[in-house]
Design a protein around this ligand. Structure first.
Ligand SMILES: NC(=O)C1=CN([C@@H]2O[C@H](COP(=O)(O)OP(=O)(O)OC[C@H]3O[C@@H](n4cnc5c(N)ncnc54)[C@H](OP(=O)(O)O)[C@@H]3O)[C@@H](O)[C@H]2O)[C@@H](O)CC1
Ligand SMILES: Nc1ncnc2c1ncn2[C@@H]1O[C@H](COP(=O)(O)OP(=O)(O)O)[C@@H](O)[C@H]1O
Ligand SMILES: [K+]
Length: 522
């Protein structure tokens, strides 16, 4: 599914009205009708309940007036409040405004402090609030009376249904512009906006519902978009069905360089996740002193023990053992639990210079990467980087808040600048490629914020690349499966008690489920 920014949504609206001759008023009517259905569900047929509809002076407010008209016709107790000057209401919104005036729906206007008294009283008596203050037209920080209204609405803890996007959220970035409504449910029209899906705004949507409003499919298929959502359907096109006559050689020979004293768990998690995601053969390069413990823990993995010098990193001859194994691999992943030592620097540098196969860089490989960023451009094959915002901050020199306020742009810029695929982790993981494509993940939950969770992701992506899935497909499928494994694990343990191994356990079942659906479809 496409995800649009404000301008792209406006363009799609315009194409619908101009080229497909569907008047904006019809779109607004569909939007109003669909939102009314959601309000009716929230009312649960209890006609004693009161609904307040807060409308801005733009088309988002127009949708709100249409909702008011339909609810009023159904004998629901409705009160409309307009934030701003009603004289500035125009076009389609004005048609709906004049209709509710003619129908004598109760309307109040909020222009200054004095108007807040009645509003507050009505708000206290209300059961449901419909938020139609700002939609995709929000273009500056919310101030004055609108800011005050948002503040009090958030405090009264009513059911809040936001029209298109919670008012105050930037549809372009998901950033809170001053203040924003914290909705219980958001009814987004036709396609989600970036702001509906990216952090930090995902906290504000409540339940997100995408409702059609009558924009023609042809117009949507031709429309420009900022990002695409990764869904189960995306994966059906990515994950191959295994040939009956296939053998382990068909599914890759992956090299994982992970783990160090005190961080063997990272190597174990990444390795198990890779095996559980179907890689044919997995070699794990680890310091020799850890070989016994890892061989005991990882029955199916072949270890590549390497010597770590006691003193001078220049005497790190063990790196040649790793490079030898690299020559025979069709994917290499490095970083989980590797430590931030001089040896790690040597390993990362040598891999970037010598690898002929795709390279996946995570954790400590990313931590030492700022010293040798330019090498990324020299890699013979392609790279996937899987930073969390902290690692991204080191890679870019930006602060973590700067990254989180503009996740898509930051990832996109880095991908373009260095010619790599970026998987910027966190709630709603963003994936970007060298050509500026953006993909947003829909799976996962806060239970995944637990040590080792990222190592599992690295393992899954490594296995998929090993199985010769193209890199961007592997990154997309990897984050989706990883998030679903978190969602499935949370159903059993809950978010508090979930640990990374619980996620590994769920991976095979999720992959099988998707591939089986694909088989049934084929
Ligand atoms: N055919 C269509 O297009 C369809 C569109 N649809 C709906 O329209 C919505 C988009 O409508 P929109 O473009 O009219 O913008 P909207 O979000 O209502 O806000 C604009 C108003 O807010 C004002 N304003 C902005 N920022 C402000 C601030 N910080 N503080 C104070 N004021 C501020 C701005 O003022 P101005 O910039 O003019 O000064 C203007 O008055 C979309 O989300 C969907 O719900 C559906 O009906 C389907 C058909
Ligand atoms: N709130 C959340 N919602 C969805 N996914 C999350 C959330 N918090 C963390 N995750 C996911 O969990 C993983 C954590 O990775 P990372 O921060 O590298 O952890 P670690 O280094 O401990 O393994 C990432 O894939 C991230 O997207
Ligand atoms: K809104």
């Amino acid at each position: 599914m496409k995800v649009l920014d404000n301008q792209q949504m406006r363009l799609l609206d315009r194409i619908t009205t101009k080229e497909y001759k569907i008047p904006g008023l019809i779109l607004m009517e569909n939007a109003g009708m669909n939102t009314t259905v959601e309000v009716m569900k929230a009312l649960n047929e209890d006609y004693r309940k009161k609904v307040i509809i807060i409308c801005g002076t733009g088309n988002n407010g127009g949708d709100g007036f249409a909702v008011a008209r339909h609810l009023y016709n159904k004998d629901v107790q409705v009160k409309v409040y307009i934030v701003g000057d009603e004289k500035s209401i125009q076009n389609d919104a004005k048609v709906n405004f004049e209709a509710i005036q003619a129908m004598r729906v109760s309307i109040g206007v909020l222009k200054d402090e004095n108007d807040m008294i009645d509003f507050n009283l009505d708000l206290m008596k209300s059961d449901i609030v419909v938020d139609a203050i700002f939609g995709t037209g929000l273009n500056k920080p919310v101030k004055g009376i609108a800011n005050e209204v948002i503040g009090v609405v958030n405090k009264v803890k009513r059911k809040i249904i936001s029209v298109d996007i919670p008012s105050g959220i930037s549809g372009d970035t998901g950033k809170v512009l001053g203040s924003a409504i914290r909705a219980t449910k958001t009814v987004a029209y036709q396609l989600p906006k970036i702001g509906n899906l990216t952090a930090p705004a995902i906290e504000y949507n409540g339940e997100l519902l995408i409702c059609p409003i009558g924009i023609p499919q042809e117009a949507i298929s031709k429309s420009q978009y900022e990002a695409k959502l990764i869904t189960e359907k995306t994966l059906k096109d990515i994950l191959p069905i295994r040939g009956l006559n296939s053998h382990k050689g068909n599914y890759g020979r992956a090299l994982m360089i992970a783990g160090s004293r005190g961080m063997t768990g990272a190597a174990i998690l990444a390795s198990k996740a890779a095996l559980r995601s179907g890689v044919g053969m997995l070699h794990l390069a680890i310091p020799e002193e850890l070989n016994d413990i890892l061989e005991t823990q990882l029955t199916e993995v072949m270890t590549v023990p390497f010597q770590v010098p006691k003193g001078n990193a220049k005497e790190f001859t063990g790196v040649e053992d790793i490079m030898g194994s690299l020559q025979r691999s069709n994917v290499v992943a490095l970083g989980p639990g590797l430590g931030r030592s001089k040896e790690t620097e040597v390993i990362v540098e040598r891999v970037l210079r010598e690898a002929k196969c795709p390279v996946i860089l995570d954790a400590d490989a990313l931590n030492v990467l700022p010293k040798m960023l330019k090498l990324l451009k020299k890699v013979k094959s392609r790279c996937i980087l899987t930073p969390h915002p902290g690692e991204m901050a080191k890679l870019t020199g930006l602060s973590i808040p700067e990254i989180n306020e503009n996740r898509i742009k930051v990832a996109k810029d880095f991908s373009r600048k260095y010619g790599v695929i970026v998987v910027l982790k966190g709630a709603s993981t963003v994936i970007t490629d060298e050509e500026g494509h953006v993909y947003l993940n829909t799976t996962g939950n806060p239970g995944m914020a637990t040590a080792g969770s990222g190592d599992v992701l690295t393992g899954i992506i490594t296995a998929l690349v090993g199985q010769k899935i193209n890199l961007i497909g592997a990154a997309m499928a990897g984050v989706y499966i990883h998030g679903r494994s978190g969602d499935e694990a949370a159903k059993i343990t809950g978010e508090y008690g979930m640990i990374a191994s619980d996620m590994v356990r769920e991976v095979p079942r999720i992959i099988t489920e998707i591939v089986n659906k694909k088989k049934a479809f084929d």
